[in-house]
Design a protein around this ligand. Structure first.
Ligand SMILES: C[S@@+](CC[C@H](N)C(=O)[O-])C[C@H]1O[C@@H](n2cnc3c(N)ncnc32)[C@H](O)[C@@H]1O
Length: 238
């Protein structure tokens, strides 16, 4: 696809959340508004495969416009199923794959809060970045991931304070009304729940991820960030 054609299709698919680079040219540059990728895609892909070097069949949840998908697709021998809940995001992700000639990615429209994970088959590893804090029952999403995958690269927020937490299904949760600055990156549910750290760890353990290797963490009294490589028993650390 030539430069003019890419620009025409990019315009048709507006508005974009992220820009992308092809052949040294940056496209969809009008897009970069308030939402910044929390980790550069290639850096995240490198960290993902450093944590799970043998991963060949990969599941990605909440793929947005395919920035992480594209970066991970460059790993030799990998096959990716990337799920995204918003059709317009999916169309842009498909276009990014088309421009780059990517053939080892399947993009699918799916709501991770209501879909049947059992129908997906089994995966060596899952990428769940920027999504867990956008759902109503994060512990159920972790259990679903655990039902299809032995390894999980998790990048999420958790709630740092124990004040005002509600107990639900044995987890301490902080109710949050979705107000992500970028509407296309919000959860499909409006009222979501954030776990506190002990509850996040308990939910991971109950999902089967007994080994949680924290790769990055920023703890505050409220919004906290964590990136972790999570493995089931018997999966060695690389
Ligand atoms: C904050 S963005 C994160 C995008 C990307 N994973 C990253 O880390 O940069 C959340 C993404 O998940 C999608 N999403 C939100 N709720 C979802 C759901 N219930 N099922 C599937 N996708 C969902 C949004 O449409 C958006 O693309």
């Amino acid at each position: 696809m030539n430069d003019l054609e890419i620009r025409r299709r990019v315009r048709e698919l507006e508005p974009w959340v992220n820009d992308f680079v092809y052949n040294g040219v940056r496209y969809a540059t009008a897009s970069t508004r308030d939402y910044l990728l929390s980790q550069p895609p290639q850096e995240r892909a490198d960290a993902f495969f450093a944590a799970f070097p043998g991963a060949k069949r990969v599941l990605e949840l909440g793929a947005l416009e395919g920035a992480d998908t594209l970066a991970m697709s460059g790993q030799p021998g990998v096959e990716i199923l990337a799920l995204e809940g918003r059709e317009e995001n999916l169309r842009r992700a498909e276009f990014v794959m088309e421009v780059h000639g990517v053939t080892n990615v399947e993009l699918r429209l799916a709501d991770v809060e209501s879909m049947e994970f059992a129908e997906l088959g089994h995966f060596d590893a899952t990428l769940c970045a920027g999504l867990l804090y956008h759902v109503q029952r994060p512990w159920e999403l972790l259990a679903d991931i655990g039902s299809v995958s032995d390894c999980l690269y998790l990048s999420t927020h958790y709630w740092g304070s124990s004040d005002g937490m509600t107990d639900l299904d044995g987890y301490a949760v902080h109710p949050v009304r979705e107000d992500h600055p970028e509407p296309q990156a919000r959860g499909l549910s409006v009222d979501v729940r954030w776990l506190d750290r002990p509850s996040l760890m308990r939910a991971l353990e109950r999902a089967g991820f007994t080994d949680v290797e924290v790769l990055h963490e920023r703890a505050t009294a409220e919004v906290c960030d964590i990136v972790a490589a999570c493995r089931k028993a018997g999966v060695p650390r690389s």
